[in-house]
Design a binder for this molecule. Structure first.
Ligand code: ADP
Ligand code: ASP
Ligand code: MG
Length: 413
């Protein structure tokens, strides 16, 4: 008997009809002879709406504060709890047995990094008991509990991480990630004309694409999948088309130089000017930022004539409220001449492909496409399998389209 873990994202459970449709899929998998676990997200835009509500309360009538992270997680975890109960009811209504669990009820324990918590352990016993009793097990995505029992959340898109973690711990045969598009495309199909669905993609390429803005799968989920060799099938919850398989790299993947392009909007450049130019400073700065659990990217350091340096890096706009106090405190500690500035409205356009390891000319082709479209490149970063350019947010969609066109990603290779 095979074991399948399915995950339904927000749009796939947005109303009663869609919840029933998702329930039918879970039942079909069960009737085909499998044991079935289902991970669900909050309905529709619930998470966004709860975040807006929290912000509204925290800035009500002249108040000015950010929602305390513990309380925000307490609030956001309610979104997925609604869906698990409704999904179990829908399965019952269709004449089958199901049981729902929150993260805490299956002992999904995380660290206490509220809003970005990392999974530490899951107690699979309760899930296995219910599966062997013939029930479909419904699990709340995106949430866990600290060892003390406080609710945590796993970062936006965190139900993907729940899916893969459950898949890994149960040693499932397949993780099915049901979403609102047919699979992984060569670029976001909502932005790029001619974006093409990919049949299969390697973990490493997907890891880069996710990290560079392809929000269809959360980066941590792909990390887990690679580490524990969990196969993910990303597919549309509204049709039966084959989607995209995310799998270990095969030799013939190297023939494809560029597999996809991605876009990250809403980046902010933080520049710290007048930093004393002496060994250990960069380690102190980035160590402090890492301790605050904030990811930075695109680091540039320029050394000036007066023995000081300017250090700049980008962060996601959503992290600005967290990083500002950290940077301001550091600037103060470094002495009078050190000052921080913040430049918003940046974006990053990237191309990814394992074939870049063995082919040249990719960077030149990307830069030419951007220059022909009059898009100014502000910074470039590369890895073995990706090239990224920081650009103005205003030109972001155009940049993604011209880069996609330049590599003819719309054509099957
Ligand atoms: P879910 O609620 O099912 O988790 P998400 O909205 O988180 O869905 O992710 C699906 C969305 O990801 C798609 O609607 C699409 O706009 C976006 N997306 C970005 N890049 C890609 C890509 N390369 N392939 C497919 N979808 C992408
Ligand atoms: N509901 C959460 C979010 O919107 C988690 C998820 O959907 O994966 O980010
Ligand atoms: Mg998602």
């Amino acid at each position: 008997m095979a074991l399948i873990v399915q995950k339904f994202g927000g749009t796939s459970v947005a109303d009663a009809e869609r919840i029933h449709r998702a329930a039918r899929r879970a039942i079909a998998a069960k009737e085909a002879g499998n044991q079935v676990c289902v991970v669900v997200s909050a309905m529709g835009h619930t998470t966004d709406e709860l975040i807006d509500l929290a912000k509204k309360v925290c800035s009500y009538a002249g108040c000015e504060s950010n929602p305390p992270k513990r309380e925000l997680d307490q609030l956001l975890a309610t979104g997925e709890q609604v869906t698990i109960a409704l999904m179990a009811m829908a399965i019952h209504a269709q004449g089958h047995e199901a049981i729902s669990f929150t993260g805490g009820q299956i002992g999904l324990v995380t660290d206490n990094a509220f809003s970005k918590a990392r999974i530490q352990s899951i107690n699979k016993q309760r899930i296995l008991e219910q599966l062997s009793g013939g029930k479909i097990v419904i699990i709340a995505g995106f949430q866990g509990v600290t060892p003390e029992g406080d609710f945590t959340t796993l970062g936006r898109g965190g139900s993907n991480a729940t899916l893969v973690a459950i898949g890994a711990i149960l040693e499932c045969d397949c993780c099915e990630n049901y979403t609102d598009v047919d699979g992984i495309y060569t670029a976001d199909p909502r932005i790029v004309k001619g974006a093409r669905k990919i049949d299969q993609i390697s973990y490493d390429e997907m890891l880069e694409l996710s990290g560079l803005g392809a929000s269809v799968l959360q980066t941590r989920a792909v990390e887990f999948a690679k580490k524990y060799n969990v196969k993910i099938h990303v597919r549309n919850s509204q049709n039966d088309n084959q989607g995209t398989w995310i799998v270990a790299e095969t030799p013939n993947m190297e023939h494809i130089v560029v597999s996809g392009a991605a876009l990250k909007k809403d980046l902010v450049r933080v520049t710290i000017k007048g930093v004393p130019d002496r060994p250990g400073i960069a380690a102190t700065i980035f160590g402090t930022i890492a301790d605050a659990n904030i990811m930075v990217d695109d680091i540039i350091q320029n050394v000036m004539d007066d023995n000081t340096a300017n250090i700049s890096f980008t962060v996601e706009h959503g992290d600005l409220a967290d990083i500002k106090p950290v940077v301001e405190r550091m600037a103060k500690d470094l002495g009078g001449g050190t000052k921080a500035t913040y430049h918003s409205d940046l974006a990053k356009v990237s191309v990814v492909g394992v074939g870049m390891r063995t082919h040249t000319g990719v960077a030149q082709r990307m830069f030419k496409a951007l220059s022909d479209a009059k898009v100014n490149i502000q910074n470039i970063t590369t890895s073995e399998i990706k090239i990224s350019c920081i650009i103005d947010k205003e030109q972001a969609n155009k940049a993604l389209q011209v880069v996609h066109d330049a590599f003819e990603l719309e054509k099957a290779k």
